[in-house]
Each structure stands twice: as C-alpha cells, then as structure tokens.
Design a protein around this ligand. Structure first.
Ligand code: SF4
Length: 666
C-alpha cells in the first residue's frame, strides 16, 4: 500500500490537501494531508467516500453513441476513434455551415481546477468561433462587487477570526460547504468573539450564534443599507477612513438614507430592535469581520446586496487590525488566467449568459445552436428554468456531446458520450476560494476504463478539426508551466509547489487588510459606488428591486446547498427522496402533515416530493436542496424547475432564490 499526496480541486472554499492510499493502482481510501495549513488533517465525508464516484455503477468507462430516443440513456459502445471522428465531423459541419456560433460549449465547475477549464477547450472553441458561455450560475454578482469595490483584495484568513470580537456570517453555511471554518469559528467564540448569522434559515451555526438575523430572502441589501444609515446617523461611521481610503461614500450615504431601521425591519421581516442590536454590536466591536457568502447574491438584488455587505467594513473603518475586515472569495488572488496562458483567442463572438441556456437552445437564430458540447457540467441539475433546458436538449436537430465522469441526467441526452478522468486520475492546479493555498493536483490512481483528461480530448479535437498549431501546449504540464510563468511570483511559486505541493502568496497566508494588502483598484482606494456597475444596473446600484411574490405564489423557495453533494457533483451517490422543508404554520395553513406528498409549483414547472415541517425556516419560506438529480424527487423535477432565468442587478448572476411558489397536497 502506498500513500500519495494530492489536493482536492472541487468546487468548495477549502482546498484540502489529500493523502490517498493506493494499492495496485486502485484507490483504497482518502484522508486529509497537511500541506494546506487551513485544512490540515481532516476532509469532508463527500470526498472521503469519493471511491463510490470513481468506481461506482454510474461511472463512464468508454465512449458511446446514442441508440435510443433522446433522454432514454440508451447507448452502444464505441471506440475513441469512432466517437472523436463523429464529434469532429459535426463540429466542422456546423462551423462550415451556419457558422461557429452554432456551437455552444456548456461547461461549469464540475472539475474546477486551473488546467481542466479554459485550457485546450478554450483553444478549440475559440478557434472555431463558438458562442461564448458566460459562467454566471454562481459567484458572478459577488465577484463583480468584490472586484468593483476592492479589486478583489485578499480577504481575512479564517485563522485570524480568533482575533475578532465580532464575526458576521452573512449568506454562508460552512457546515455544509467549507467545513474547516466551523472549528475555527468555535475557537473564535472561545476567545470571546460574538457571532452574528444572517440567514433566512436557522443553519447549524445560527444555533450557536449570539444573534441570528432570520432575514426575508432577497432583502439583504436593505438590511446592509439600514446598518449603514444607522452608523452614519449615530456617529459610528469612520468618516476619516472614508475620506482617506474610499471614493463614492457620499453617494452611498445618500442612497442608504431612505432605509430607516423601522422601514428596513418591515421589509426584511425583522424586529427593529434586532437591527439596532446588530448595528451596535458590529460597529462597536473591534476587530469586526464579515464572512460574506453566496446566498445573498441569488436574487434580483444580489450584486448590490454583496456590494453593500462588503462596504460595511469600509463605512465602519474596520480595517488595519488582525481579525478585522472581510472575507469573500480568494480564488483570484493568484492572478492565474488559464485561457490567456494557453493562448486562447479573444472572445469576440456571440455571448450567452448561461442562466438563459434553455432559451438559447430553443430560440437562438442566426445561427441557431446546432451543437452543444457539455463538459465539467450537468446543466439539467444546475441551471434555472429546467423545463426549458430539457426541451432544448430534447431537440432532434441538436447534436449533443457530453464529456463526463458519470452518467448524469444531462448525459442521458447525449448523442455521443465521452468518458472523463476524475481529479484522482489527471494533473490539475487547485486554488481554494476560502483559503489561500495553490496546490498541485496529481494523478494518484490508475485511470478507470478508457477515461481521458480534458487536455487530451480537446487537444485531439483541435487536431481533428484542423485548428491545432505547432506552438500549442501539448498537455497539462506545459499549460501549468505557462500559467505559472505568467504570474509576478512565478519562480517562488514553482519552487514552493515542487517542494511542498502547496504555495502561499508573498504576503503570507494571514494578511491584514489595509496593512499587508490594499485594494487592487487603480488608486488603491475602495470604490463604494463603482461607476461601471452603477451604470450597468438597471436602476443604479443600491436601489432595492421589489419582491416577485404574488397572492398566487406567495412562498419564497430557497435551494440551499446540502452536505451530500458539491453543487450537483456526486448526486448519483445521493439517491433517496428529498423533502420540501416548510414552517409548521405554513404546513398547517395548507392542511399538510409531515411526510405527505406535496405538489410545489409556479408558472415554470412543478415538483412532487414529501413535505417536512421545520421551525428552522421562517414562515413564508420553503426550501428544497440545490443540486438534486431527477431521482431525488417523485416526478424527476427539482428546485431548478421552479427557478426563473432572470438575472441579478449587477453581474448577471442566477436568481434561484427569486422562485416564488405555491404548495398543496399532491
Ligand atoms: S470538497 Fe472541500 S472539504 Fe471536501 S475534501 Fe474537497 S476541499 Fe476538502
């Protein structure tokens, strides 16, 4: 038995180092390694049980070609040669016929490393002139806000939370995603930190919080503006800091002015005294830190909400001390641009916000989408307006390629199926977005069946459609070299990775904001009202957009992450029925008893599942887990069938939490 070290690149904030026990090239077990200090020693059960994914019944082990009707999942085995020939022929046919924009690459965070996305795939689709996919399901509104305000300044390290006197956890549930935050939070509380949790649900950490703020979905913006107004009014704002280190604070103060505590309380569904307590606790504690998550961006006000929450430490001047400031995503601190490093052409063709994929598949003309190439992605499980996506995939005149690790709901609609390697079988480079670690991902087990890596398949397709060039990187290793060479810290980075498997940024793993790191904006100031974002949002930044609920569809549907899947990844291993969670008062009002089958519906679709009454939700809010597969509900539809394909005010993020529904006995 051998123990091999690698890292987990999956879509999770933590970025664990892994120690993988291997025998005869086969995975025996996975445990935590020590190279990443944040995650030293333990990992989540999802990846501990990853063997079920690698060797399970759903694993794809050879190429296949469809034999039955679309969606039936009936295929015959094919050789790589036959399958790639067919795909290359179709890519060429569409490019030479109606034009490259008739090709739609559909990819997302399924593999998530720096070498498995925006590498040879970007060369292939860029050179074919395919439609450009904007990956907007998650983290786009928050990303735009963090970029606009701070130029994505490095965040407060979770290790430094123990220095804080007040921690605000806003729209994040680390107990499900980012488990390494939980013991660090416990340590912070033991050292005297007060914890405030802003979340419509009583998540596990809310039960341990000093203050749980059970906000109505979609009103985070209003709460943050009310906190600001309270600070300005009560001489709690740090005007010296605002004058010296920010721009746009007068505009922000003016836009926050309409949100009195009372008005905000009514809209947010909170007691005014709770908002005042929160405002005082956050303002008067030092250091104070905000952990901003992604829950607050999943609605029409998402970009402004994220900007307002991230603006709080600037208004209060909570910077310059260890344990003070904010943490958002740290994924871009390394400045690694995979597509630029591999030499992908500039994106000049038609662009698609992926939240509107269903519409694109059904409605695009000049040219219509004739070929969809799905990789690192399970659109049927992750995209909003699920019924439109399904109808699009059912099109007889759409040629669909699915390059996947396992048989997903989407893979069943493929014309050609290509088997992909997992992160245990190929090279990659992983960046965590909660911590700082940059880590090498190594192939530590033998490949399953005939699975191939992304770089291999896309490089081969470049050859077959005649767009390969002699100067192209030949494999992941060469792409990695070019990627590292493109950073300002390339030498240090390379040696740190080669020696220890993980690298830390030059300012260390625990930078103090406004002492070690500053905004990466042109003037190094915080831009509280970034001009471009202000202009791009329909009514201007920080303007609250009304709730989409109605008398017919009064319940706000949340689709929060769960502890068994990573977004939708690993969904084949989670095969039991999922309930709709609902407050007992809402259940009683509808005469529903715990466990009975209900119909959840709106104008977009319908889901059949059991109901589970819980006081962990506020009345008026229901929840059905995110990332479910068709086998998790009675009618094969999930929360995404009820989610609109509208996008947030800033950034164009998905608005899953704007789904408004009705529920009745089925
Ligand atoms: S999913 Fe997250 S917690 Fe689990 S092993 Fe990967 S990085 Fe660690």
């Amino acid at each position: 038995m051998e123990v091999r070290t690698t890292a987990c690149p999956l879509d999770c904030p933590d970025g664990c180092t892994l120690e993988v026990k291997v025998e005869g090239g086969k995975l025996v077990s996975i445990d935590g390694g020590n190279a990443n200090p944040l995650t030293a020693g333990f990992i989540c059960s999802k990846v501990r049980d990853f063997g079920g994914h690698v060797y399970g019944r759903a694993r794809l082990s050879h190429p296949a070609v469809r034999t039955g009707p679309k969606g039936s999942g009936e295929f015959r085995r094919a050789s790589w040669d036959e399958a790639l020939d067919l795909v290359a022929k179709e890519l060429t046919r569409v490019r030479d016929g109606s034009g490259g924009e008739g090709i739609l690459p559909l990819s997302y965070g399924g593999s998530n490393g720096k070498l498995t996305q925006d590498g040879h795939d970007a060369l292939l689709f860029g050179r074919l002139g395919a439609t450009v996919l904007e990956r907007t399901v998650c983290a786009v509104a928050t990303g735009a806000a963090a970029e606009g305000l701070y130029g994505k300044m490095a965040g407060v390290a979770f290790d430094d939370y123990e220095h804080a006197k007040c921690v605000v956890l806003w729209g994040a549930n680390p107990s499900s995603t980012g488990i390494h935050f939980v013991p660090l939070m416990k340590r912070a509380q033991a050292a005297g930190a007060k914890l405030v949790v802003v979340d419509p649900r009583r998540i596990p950490l809310a039960k341990k919080a000093d203050l749980h703020v059970p906000i109505r979905p979609g009103t985070d913006l209003v709460l943050a503006l009310a906190l600001m107004r309270y600070a300005f009014e009560n001489d709690l704002a740090d005007r010296d800091f605002l004058r010296e280190h920010t721009t746009g604070w007068e505009t922000l103060e003016a836009r926050a002015a309409e949100w009195t505590v009372e008005r905000a309380a009514e809209l947010c569904g909170l007691e005014p005294s709770m908002i005042e307590t929160f405002a005082r606790l956050y303002a008067e504690s030092s250091p104070s830190v905000v952990r901003c998550g992604w829950g607050l961006e999943r609605n029409r006000n998402g970009g402004s909400a994220a900007a307002a929450v991230l603006g709080l430490p600037a208004v209060l001047g909570h910077f310059g001390v260890r344990g003070g400031g904010y943490t958002m995503s740290n994924s871009s601190i390394w400045g690694l641009d995979s597509a630029a490093a591999i030499g992908a052409p500039p994106e000049t063709t038609r662009r698609l916000n992926m939240n509107r994929t269903g519409r694109a598949l059904l409605e695009y003309r000049d040219p219509p989408i004739e070929l969809a190439f799905v990789y690192n992605h399970n659109p049927l499980a992750t995209l909003p307006n699920q019924e439109l996506v399904r109808k699009g995939l059912e099109r007889e005149d759409l040629f669909t390629v699915v390059f996947e690790q396992v048989m997903t709901d989407t893979a069943r609609y493929a014309d050609v199926l290509l088997p992909a390697t997992t992160f245990l079988e190929h090279e990659d480079l992983g960046t965590a977005y909660g911590g700082y670690a940059l880590q090498d991902v190594h192939p530590v087990i033998d490949r399953v069946g005939e699975a191939r890596s992304n770089a291999e398949v896309f490089a081969e397709l470049c050859e077959r459609v005649g767009v390969a060039r002699p100067e192209d990187a030949r494999n992941e290793r060469e792409h990695r070299e070019r990627l590292l060479a493109g950073t300002p810290w390339s030498d240090g980075l390379r040696s740190a990775l080669d020696e220890g498997g993980a690298a830390e940024p030059p300012y260390g793993n625990r930078p103090v904001q406004f002492a070690d790191v500053f905004p990466n904006t042109p003037d190094s100031k915080v831009h509280l009202v970034p001009e471009d974002l202000d202009e791009a949002s329909a009514k201007g930044m920080y303007v609250y957009l009304e709730d989409p609920g109605s008398e017919t569809f009064p319940l706000a549907l949340l689709s929060p992450s769960n502890s068994r899947t990573i977004s939708s990844t690993l969904g084949q291993l989670h095969d039991h029925e999922e309930p709709l969670f609902m407050h007992p008062a809402d259940a009683a009002q509808r005469g529903l008893t715990d466990g009975e089958l209900v119909r959840v519906w709106n104008t977009l679709g319908e889901v059949l599942c059991p109901v589970s009454a819980t006081e962990e939700l506020r009345p008026g809010v229901v929840a059905l887990a995110k990332g479910l597969w068709s086998h998790n509900t009675r009618n094969g539809r999930t929360a995404n069938a009820l989610a609109p394909d509208t996008v947030s005010d800033v950034g164009g993020s998905a608005c899953f939490n704007d789904a408004r529904v009705q529920v009745a006995r089925a």
